[in-house]
Design a protein around this ligand. Sequence first.
Ligand code: CP
Length: 309
Amino acid sequence: MSELSVEHLLGIKYLKPNDIDVIFKTADHFKEVINRPIKKVPSLRDITIANLFFENSTRTKLSFELAEKRLSADVINFSAGQSSVKKGETLIDTVNNILAMKVDIVVMRHGNVGAGVFLSKHVDAKIINAGDGTHEHPTQALLDSYSIREKLGTVKGKKIVIIGDILHSRVALSNIFALQLQGAQVKVCGPTTLIPKHIASLGVTVETNLKKALEWCDVANVLRVQHERMDIKYFPSTREYTQLYGINQEILDNLGKKLVIMHPGPINRGVEITSDVADSNDSIILNQVENGVAVRMAVIYLLAQQIKR
Ligand code: CP
């Protein structure tokens, strides 16, 4: 099957293993395209895409916009801060007004869990979830898995530990779903207070000792502590967090083996990861960013193929 089984990309939990294969094979093609001298294809010349960002973003917003432009789509951008949302307009009214301008695909980041699902039931456009609160960030997980596949040849059978603030992380949840769909083993590591109580029901194991987690894994995906989503204190101090869960070169050197180091960004250097590790040869952080464009081109292209004219 070379088509997606879904009409929107709302979360990894709605995908089947074949969807991931199809997206990655399509992304392989687009990765070759974006490394050519002329990095653009005319595939989506008749498609209009709106990027609606109700929450801050650097990587995801720019990556989607570049992916859309590389596919020759028409692109409009919306940031909630400069919009009429501030005047009390509802999400559906905002989006329907944008769709009245003949938009085919909506890429949306929103602070509320399920915002993409809600929108997909109320508007006539393809919806791509670019992050909904603490829930899912499907294209981040796809580009993360794509980057592991590129570095290690396959995701199947690999041991991945996700380290840090799992509780507030949409990247963690989407990664857990994506990695398991591809046959990887997943462990989470962090302070007990930042690990969801029912995480074991997802088939994930928990390790609160960083050294043991690193000894177990092939890949360490390091997450930022999301202070902006915390209304109470989850650990005594940032200094203590860094002492217990920060990744530095000395810890890695003492393992006696090589690990692949990942981070979705934005990085808080010196907190969850030191600069020497983030910038080391074992880090694929910038490969993740590069692959994000090819993976998002693939997702947009595949959904656009379903649009009836
Ligand atoms: N990884 C990620 O989602 O980064 P942004 O918040 O900058 O988009």
